[in-house]
Design a protein around this ligand. Structure first.
Ligand SMILES: [Zn+2]
Length: 451
């Protein structure tokens, strides 16, 4: 994909170049880890600052957890398989137009199925879309920073416009859901690129994907017949499940952590700083579509599994996979990630330097500042803003510029490129940079990749 497609008829390619499938297997022993991560639900987490809730402005929901965005989980999945099969057959028999979902759209449908995108009940109508792109608000006024749209190839626009509903079909040709057509509208994708990604450069992976989509979108509530097949199935918990798990452990304040990278000490430090202040931690590596040069997602998940088992208090951490696609929208995606984790029950969300960034498209602190554009009570989730962390030889500890007074020469700095080169040469980065268990895993993964 090298440029923007035409705006009108003909531009039907929908950016299918990037593969949708996950790596074949997550390796063995994942049950064990999941059990370890979820073991022995504790009623009282030790040392939890339970009384801190009101002072921190957290509005507790029913389970004592922060309520979902908009007040309730909007779950769109038909749970009963027999009923789902019946509805699917009825939809197929009705001769409705079929729309082929891109990997990003399929991931969005999965999130809609489980209520992770609450208050959205489906793909956006024009009103929600324009509110989101222009002002980062849904038509209802609720903050929302990234479009969740269903693009319609130009040659299907008329058929979709006339239809009461469309059948949503996955890459394997399987109808996985139904959308009631409330709206068919045209969007200006270049304008969307500027407002959402801050650039129209197709070298940006999010822009490249948008450039391959259509100008036309259809919006309306969805019904989902089946969950998205994924290699990470046993790791995926839906918002109602994480909420139940947190409640069972007696957690009220939970910090969420989003990542698409393997676990190094710097992120461990941020997570543990957060864990000093809250009842529990949701480690939520993303397992949906990422750009081709990101490390395979099963390796990322595995790095968390081994580190959590060895270095985290099991009863205060939940490790689960987040089945979303990356958009690389920097600050807007930081806010999007925070609101979604609120739906999973997180009262706090860790925002590092250059969250969801790519290349040098974003000011590294824009992802911190975007939260200031909203009143805390309308967000309902508290950003924990962190500086870049490092190991300081003179402090003899992990630190950031907020806690370490020493010059850069005292700090252990290794670029991603340097770490990869070390690992490829069979060399392990120092334990102050990466836990040995993780380093070995990454070395082996890179060796397997390079083979
Ligand atoms: Zn220092």
């Amino acid at each position: 994909m090298t440029g923007w497609k035409g705006t009108g008829a003909g531009g039907t390619a929908r950016g299918r170049a990037q593969g949708a499938g996950g790596p074949a297997a997550a390796g063995t022993g994942t049950h064990e880890a999941r059990d370890a991560g979820h073991a022995a639900p504790q009623v009282e987490a030790p040392g939890s600052p339970r009384a801190a809730g009101p002072e921190l402005g957290v509005d507790a929901g029913e389970e004592g957890l922060v309520p979902p965005h908009g007040g309730r989980l909007c779950r769109r999945l038909v749970d009963d398989p027999a009923l789902a099969a019946e509805r699917r057959a009825a939809a197929q028999a009705a001769g409705l137009p079929r729309l082929l979902l891109s990997p990003r759209e399929r991931s969005d449908l999965e999130l809609l199925a489980t209520g992770a995108l609450s208050p959205l009940e489906g793909f956006m109508t024009a009103e929600d879309y324009h509110g989101c792109v222009d002002a980062m608000r849904l038509a209802s006024g609720l903050p929302w920073s990234l479009p969740v749209v269903l693009s319609v190839p130009p040659d299907q626009v008329e058929a979709v416009r006339r239809a009461p509903a469309v059948l949503l079909v996955d890459e394997g040709g399987r109808p996985c859901g139904l959308m009631e057509v409330r709206d068919v509208f045209r969007r200006d994708r270049q304008r969307e690129a500027v407002l959402v990604f801050g650039t129209t450069d197709v070298a940006h992976p999010g822009v490249a994907r948008l450039a391959g989509e259509s100008d036309w979108c259809a919006g309306g509530p969805v019904v989902v017949f089946e969950r998205q097949p994924t290699w990470a199935r046993e790791w995926v918990l839906e918002p109602a499940e994480t909420r139940r798990l947190f409640a069972r452990r007696g957690w009220r304040l939970v910090a969420g952590f989003q990542t698409r990278n393997p676990l190094h000490r710097a992120h461990e430090y941020l997570q543990k700083c957060a864990l000093e202040m809250v009842d529990g931690l949701l480690l939520h590596p993303l397992v949906g579509e990422t750009k081709a040069d990101d490390l395979p997602r099963h390796v990322v998940l595995e790095s968390y599994r081994v580190a959590v088992r060895a270095y985290y208090p099991q009863e205060r951490v939940v490790l689960a996979a987040f089945p979303a696609a990356m958009r690389y929208a920097g600050p807007r995606e930081a806010l999007f990630h925070a609101l979604i984790r609120k739906n999973y029950g997180c009262s706090h969300f860790i925002v590092g330097r250059d969250h969801a960034g790519v290349g040098s498209y974003y000011d590294p602190y824009a992802a911190h500042r975007i939260f200031d554009r909203f009143a805390p009570e309308e967000l309902g989730v508290i950003p924990l803003r962190f500086e870049h962390a490092f190991y300081c030889r003179r402090c003899g500890a992990m630190a950031t510029v907020k806690t370490c007074p020493h010059p850069p020469a005292d700090r252990l700095h290794l670029s991603g490129t340097r770490v990869r080169a070390m690992l490829r040469a069979g060399e392990l980065p120092p334990p102050e940079f990466t836990r040995p268990e993780v380093a070995e895993l990454l070395r082996d993964a890179l060796a397997a990749q390079g083979a």
